[in-house]
Design a protein around this ligand. Structure first.
Ligand SMILES: NC(=O)c1ccc[n+]([C@@H]2O[C@H](COP(=O)([O-])OP(=O)(O)OC[C@H]3O[C@@H](n4cnc5c(N)ncnc54)[C@H](OP(=O)(O)O)[C@@H]3O)[C@@H](O)[C@H]2O)c1
Length: 270
């Protein structure tokens, strides 16, 4: 689907990857419905893009509750049916599982899995009636390669990948395509603090949001079913599917190092 003159509903538009996606879609001539909780950030971004002649609307939405997703669908549909829906909103949690509060675990499942499911369900009747469209789910490489200290986050991204795959098959023949994208570590506010320190210490490959956004937009314009970032990461995903015990061993030293580097978990028994 070429992005020019298409209407795009983008969640997570105030974040690092979301803002970069909004700019990339704008450059390609799309009309934008930008959504997140932080309306000040969205307003600033909206003004920047309107100055370039882009048609932009801002839709405030809190996806941490079930009715947030449904309200967003209602608001988006009041101006017509979008051609493209990009589910980019997400939150992350890092640390040994014993240190993660209950609310954080439930909030991650709500934002990363339940919200995109409910938003998609609410939009589908209009998309089916329209007879075309594309749903894009921003997952993670951790949605195929579960990572220690990111157990809940990994689990939500595994779930999102499964949801996208099932939906692609369910919507076959409807004119509505599904793309799952799996970025690796990207320099955004999501990684502020311990994850950034750890990525630095472990010499992880780090991507810039603008590059990630460009490749996601290319994948959309080529109607790709999925996009996984990083050659090494893709190999690891295959290796993990066939020989998970090898990956268990490979990650042992990294897990020890992460525990040493993260003060909140360093004192826990092995
Ligand atoms: N950065 C990485 O290394 C990386 C790697 C792989 C995948 N990803 C995925 O890429 C996506 C974007 O992440 P990012 O790196 O751009 O992170 P980010 O800068 O922290 O942005 C997260 C976005 O999600 C929105 N969001 C979070 N909770 C929300 C809620 N309850 N309701 C509505 N919106 C909410 C935030 O908006 P408000 O706070 O304004 O609501 C923000 O726009 C996420 O799905 C993430 O899992 C990121």
């Amino acid at each position: 689907m070429k992005l020019n003159a298409r209407t795009v509903l983008l969640t997570g538009a105030s974040g690092g990857i979301g803002q970069a996606l909004a700019r990339e879609f704008a450059q390609r001539g799309a009309h934008l419905l930008l959504s997140a909780r932080n309306v000040d950030k969205l307003a600033t971004l909206g003004n920047e893009l309107r100055a370039l002649g882009i048609d932009v609307s801002v839709l405030s939405a809190d996806l941490s509750s079930a009715d947030g997703a449904e309200r967003l669908a209602h608001a988006a549909l009041s101006g017509g049916t979008p051609d493209l829906v990009v589910h980019c909103a997400g939150s992350m949690s890092f640390g040994c599982l014993e240190t993660i509060p209950t609310e954080e675990i439930t909030q991650l499942w709500q934002t990363n899995v339940i919200a995109p499911s409910l938003l998609t369900r609410a939009l589908l009747p209009a998309l089916r009636k329209q007879g075309h469209g594309r749903l894009v789910f921003v997952g993670s490489i951790f949605g195929s390669l579960a990572f220690p200290m990111y157990a809940t986050y990994s689990a939500t991204k595994f779930a999102l990948r499964g949801f996208a795959e099932a939906l692609r098959r369910e919507l076959d023949g409807s004119g509505i395509g599904v793309t799952y994208v799996a970025p690796r570590y990207t320099r955004t506010p999501m990684n502020d603090g311990a994850p950034a320190r750890i990525a630095q210490a472990l010499s992880m490959q780090q991507d810039e949001p603008a590059m990630v956004a460009r490749r996601i937009a290319d994948a959309i314009e080529r109607d790709r079913r999925d996009l996984f970032f990083g050659f090494g990461e893709r190999i690891f995903v295959k290796l993990n599917a066939w020989f998970p015990w090898l990956v268990d061993r490979g990650l042992r030293a990294q897990t020890r190092r992460m525990r040493e580097l993260e003060p909140a978990t360093a004192g826990l028994p092995q």
